[in-house]
Design a protein around this ligand. Structure first.
Ligand SMILES: [Fe+2]
Ligand SMILES: [Fe+2]
Length: 446
């Protein structure tokens, strides 16, 4: 955090600059001087890390250097008369005539003198937040975490406290000012994403029955698929194959299990499984070997893959959980064992193919150091297993971007990066084909 001395004889401009800079979180304090005497006194009495100085005579500048010689080494943005700064390490001079005092130019000059390590810390702060669209907030009653608006380049101000009701009129008010999203801390978002996307997707109190709730939330998910270039035909096929999975298993217990997750208040596991299954069908469709049987197998595995979780909330942590300090040993064990548990559960049913069981067992493999339970790499997996793992990764990416349409390209690129090893490469080509319909992907098909 930096303490700034801002000296400008033009009071109006001084206040303008101060207002803008006060939104920058890298500045801990801004002291202002509107005349030379105060500027001299401040430099005599206090320590500053960074300076913006309007210098009107070379003599005055020399005077400041006598009082505080280390200015030569500190970051300084200088404007006013032309003075010699050849001995200065971190000084930038701007000419008011050419800049015509455009604040944008002024601020970009200022950001150039900010020490790099401080800038990095500030960028880290920005990356600690995640954007939540109003369309998502309108579906929930109370916010599960603090909500902020973003002011200036890196300043966030809290608007709604955790657990408070989100009033429609509040969102309307901001929308009328062209604000369409709030922010939340990433750490809170991941801890509460169930509230944003499962139990309250859409607002339960607005739906009359669990069936209606199910169809509405499915609609929201389908919108996202449409946005990435997955056709209605693929979604309908996936829906049909999900229904058939039950017919094929001929097992009333599995039907109960499916309905438990489908109509549960905590919809995360079902939605996440549904997303996985639709993408898997879209990928299978593009392969020459495609047939209904193979697609049925992958859909079956997609829907049931996380149903062994006793605590559904643990499913949020199933990727990269090993280093998660929030989880205790029992929770880590439950995550570690869930692939094996569901594989054993379904293995008893003779109508379920061994390929489905193998996908269930290996659905967290091929994740480098985070592969579990057997640490298998992508070269040791079948094409169906690779399709499952990549579809699952994309489903997780959608949660990571909070279903933001403007971040879809990020989710796609991250999935493509992930699908870049061993047998995954074949699937990568297909993914590029699918996404290229809506996004101009400049990624080589290796
Ligand atoms: Fe899983
Ligand atoms: Fe999963």
């Amino acid at each position: 955090m930096l303490k700034l001395l801002l000296f400008d004889v033009d009071l109006l401009r001084l206040n303008k600059i101060r207002t803008i800079l006060s939104a920058m979180s890298i500045l801990s304090e801004i002291k202002i001087a509107n005349d030379e005497a105060r500027c001299v006194n401040l430099i005599k009495d206090e320590y500053f890390d960074i300076f913006i100085l309007n210098i009107n005579s070379e003599e005055f500048f020399k005077k400041l250097l006598v009082i505080h010689p280390s200015i030569e080494d500190l970051p300084v943005l200088l404007f006013g008369v032309d003075v010699d700064i050849s001995n200065f390490k971190n000084c930038k001079k701007i000419n008011l005539e050419t800049v015509n005092f455009k604040l944008v130019n002024f601020l970009s000059s200022f950001s150039e003198i900010i020490p790099e390590d401080i800038l990095k810390t500030s960028q880290q702060l920005i990356s600690e937040y995640i954007l939540i669209k109003f369309s998502i907030l309108r579906k929930i009653n109370n916010t599960p975490c603090d909500l902020y608006i973003r002011l200036g380049s890196d300043k966030f101000v809290k608007i709604v406290n955790k657990d408070e009701k989100i009033h429609g009129f509040l969102l309307d008010k901001y929308e009328s000012k062209n604000v369409e999203e709030f922010y939340t801390r990433k750490i809170d978002f991941y801890a509460h994403s169930d509230s944003f996307f499962s139990s309250s997707l859409p607002n339960v109190s607005n739906t009359e029955s669990s069936g209606e709730y199910y169809s509405q939330s499915t609609q929201i998910i389908n919108d996202i698929f449409n946005e990435v270039g997955i056709s209605k035909g693929v979604i309908d096929l996936a829906d049909e194959l999900i229904k058939n999975s039950l017919v094929e298993s001929k097992d009333p217990e599995l039907e109960n299990l499916l309905n438990k997750f489908k109509f549960s208040k905590d919809r995360y596991i079902f939605d996440h499984s549904y997303l996985t299954s639709v993408l898997a069908v879209a990928i299978c469709e593009k392969f020459e070997w495609r047939n209904r049987q193979n697609m049925q197998k992958i859909v079956f595995a997609s829907i049931f893959h996380d149903f062994a979780f006793v605590d559904p909330k643990l499913a949020y942590f199933e990727s990269g959980f090993l280093n998660n300090g929030e989880l205790n040993k029992e929770q880590k064990d439950e995550i570690f064992n869930h692939p094996k548990k569901i594989a054993e559960m379904l293995q008893k049913n003779k109508n379920i193919s061994s390929e489905v069981i193998s996908i269930l067992m290996k659905h967290h493999e091929a994740h480098g150091e985070n592969s579990y339970p057997n640490g298998i790499s992508s070269t040791g997996l079948s094409i169906l297993e690779c399709i499952f793992i990549i579809s699952h990764e994309f489903a997780n990416e959608l949660y990571r971007i909070a279903f933001r349409h403007d971040k879809l390209l990020n989710a796609i690129e991250n999935t493509l990066d992930f699908a870049n090893t061993g047998n995954m490469k074949q699937v990568r080509k297909v993914l590029i084909e699918i996404f290229s319909e809506k996004f101009q992907l400049k990624i080589e098909t290796k």
